[in-house]
Write a protein of this length. Sequence first.
Length: 213
Amino acid sequence: MKRLLLLGIVGCGGGEAPQQTDGSSAVAPSNAPKADVPAPDGKRLHITLTGHDSYVTSVAFSPDGQRIVSGSADKTVKIWDANSGEELQTLTGHDDDGWSVAFSPDGQRLVSGSADYSAKIWDANTGEKLRTLTGHAGVVTSVVFSPDGQRIVSGSADKTVKIWIANSGKELHTLTGHDDEVRSVSFSPDGQRIVSGSDDKTVMIWDASEQTE
């Protein structure tokens, strides 16, 4: 697995909250849905989703736009109806704060990363926990599926990026090179490259084309 490029970002520092750059849309989870109320900027706020017991760290729409997933420091992952705001599922299993959530490209699975040093794969329809990915030695700050749904990439406070087989949970590669916590990871649209951002003020691009099972 080769690192293709290192991009130095001047002026970027570490933040307290994880940042997601995998195309996740911004929504505002906050308990009974509140629909169509004025937002502070004068635009219409469609719905406010409430139900988490602590701050919400990560959100994403399903590929078809019908559901929203949210991860929270209350250790849960919640699935919501994006049109009505109804809470559909609460997924429990993490032992510490949730940091990152994402849908698979077909919307059938979810992946979540946590401060318990693990990532978990869930059935997005039933809420069943399918796999637990262990191997990181720090908070799993960012997770995302590959465009074909066959792999997952995770970034961690242990300074590494890991690639996993989504169906089996097998670890494929550990990518090292960052000098501080990895905050965000993403696949390229063709799944051939991975990009990672770190508290070391750099962005690294990796060759993800080498895949073995």
